[in-house]
Every structure is written in structure tokens, then in C-alpha cells.
Ligand binder design. Structure first.
Ligand code: 13P
Length: 251
């Protein structure tokens, strides 16, 4: 199983700042453990600059934060898979809770986007997760299993095997209150069990991941890496998380 550490920069970094961060990461990339796939997801406006700055560096792959499902058309403000591929984007985050919350993304949209990404050879990282209220009402499993199944419904097993999932409890995002690694692992085991093809799919944990807590996640059997927000905005802390993910590689 692959181990993946993805940095979701969200709405941070101008193109200029993004290049500085890439330079910082490249300066540390010799320390990245073998077998960890390192991804950065800058805002759209920095993709070209980051792509050029990476200059073909195989250690760091480019990821987008969302995309539309059509190749082109009258969709003001949207970006298509064809446009992402032009800058060498190999991955795209789909269904991040902030897109679901602020941009009205539904499971149906995420299904269309997942199909489009696969059709274009872009690996989708499909994010699922529950709110604090859902957690308190014991609805975590229902929520994440429904989100996962609705994103993947109708896909062949072989297609499902080429996605990546991310479990991000919404209450843990940006709050400093990361989920207990054993709780996260148990939820991720339930996600993995909901479709047979998910046995071979990497599942990332996201929500207040830091260099200090990554090792505890990497030790869990169902956790194959992390989707990192705040701590990916600084080269040293992101590199610390990548290094701490090494124990997951052995699985
Ligand atoms: P934080 O790491 O800032 O909690 O963000 C997590 C996240 O939403 C990554 O997609």
C-alpha cells in the first residue's frame, strides 16, 4: 500500500510565496523517507509557478484542491481537468469539507468529479468526515460510509483501486484537536470495510496533523498517510510530518 503525505495549502500563498515554500521543501527533500509520496496542493493561481519551480523534481507531486467535471464550458470560476493536466497535476482533492460547506458540493457532484478525474488519469483524493454534532449523536460511521459509497457508486473495482480516500473529522480541522489515532483508525477501518476494493486503497487521516503527532497515526494499521492543512504551510513542519510517516511505509 502506498503512503501519501499531501499538503493542502487552502487559500494561502501567492504565487511568489508558493515558490519560496517549494524552494524550502526542495532543500529538505533529501531527508524525505523512501516510499512516501509527497504532494502539494497550492491554490490554482500558484499552480503554474509551482509546476515550474518543481522543475521535474520527482520527490514532490502536484495536486489541485478541487476541479470541475467537464472539460470546458460555461462554468464561470471553475477549472477543468484538462487545465490541471496542462500544469502536470497528477492528483486532485475532491469533496473537502470546506467545499461541501461553503460551495454547496454534494455527494453527486463529487461522484461526477471522481469519474472525470479517473477518466483524465488524475488520482482523486476523496475527503469524507463528520461534524461534531454527528459525532456526538453516534452518526460518524453512517456519515463517512455514505459519503464514500456515494462518491464511488457505479465505478468498477479496478477504478476504485486507483483512488485515495481521506478521513477528515470536521471538528478536528484547524482546531488543534486532532482525533485520537485509535479512534481515527477505527473509523478508517469502517470506511475500508464498506467496499471490497477499498482493501487496497490508501486512506489518509486529516485534521490538526503536526510533526509531533504524525508518528502515532503512522503506527495505525488503517492509516496510510495524512492530508495536512496548516502544518503544510511551512517547509520545516511539513518535512517533519513526511519524516514521521516513515513507519507506515513498511505496511
Ligand atoms: P489542518 O491540518 O489545518 O487541521 O487542516 C486539515 C485539512 O483540512 C486538510 O485538508
Amino acid at each position: 500500500m502506498r503512503t501519501v503525505i499531501a499538503g493542502n495549502w487552502k487559500m494561502h500563498k501567492t504565487a511568489h510565496e508558493a515558490m519560496e515554500l517549494i524552494d524550502g521543501l526542495r532543500a529538505l527533500s533529501a531527508e524525505f523517507p523512501d516510499g512516501v509520496d509527497v504532494l502539494v496542493a497550492p491554490p490554482f493561481t500558484a499552480l503554474q509557478a509551482v509546476s515550474q519551480r518543481l522543475n521535474g523534481d520527482e520527490r514532490i507531486k502536484l495536486c489541485a484542491q478541487t476541479m470541475h467535471w467537464e472539460n470546458q464550458g460555461a462554468y464561470t470560476g471553475e477549472i477543468s481537468p484538462v487545465m490541471l493536466k496542462e500544469f502536470g497535476c497528477e492528483y486532485v482533492i475532491l469533496g473537502h469539507s470546506e467545499r461541501r460547506q461553503f460551495c454547496g458540493e454534494t455527494n453527486q457532484y463529487i461522484r461526477l468529479k471522481t469519474r472525470a478525474a479517473l477518466a483524465h488519469g488524475i488520482t482523486p483524493i476523496i475527503a469524507v468526515g463528520e461534524t461534531l454534532e454527528e459525532k456526538d449523536r453516534g452518526l460518524t460511521k453512517d456519515k463517512v460510509v455514505t459519503q464514500t459509497q456515494e462518491a464511488l457508486t457505479g465505478l468498477a473495482e479496478e477504478q476504485i483501486r486507483s483512488v485515495i480516500l481521506a478521513y477528515e473529522p470536521i471538528w478536528a480541522i484547524g482546531s488543534g484537536k486532532n482525533d485520537d489515532p485509535q479512534n481515527a483508525d477505527a473509523t478508517m477501518a469502517e470506511i475500508r470495510a464498506c467496499l471490497p476494493a477499498l482493501r487496497e486503497v490508501p486512506i489518509l487521516y486529516g485534521g490538526s496533523v503536526k510533526p509531533e503527532n504524525m508518528a502515532a497515526y503512522a503506527a495505525m494499521p488503517n492509516i496510510n498517510g495524512a492530508l495536512v492543512g496548516g502544518a503544510s504551510l511551512q517547509a520545516q513542519s511539513f518535512a517533519g510530518i513526511i519524516t514521521a510517516a516513515a513507519p507506515a511505509v513498511a505496511r
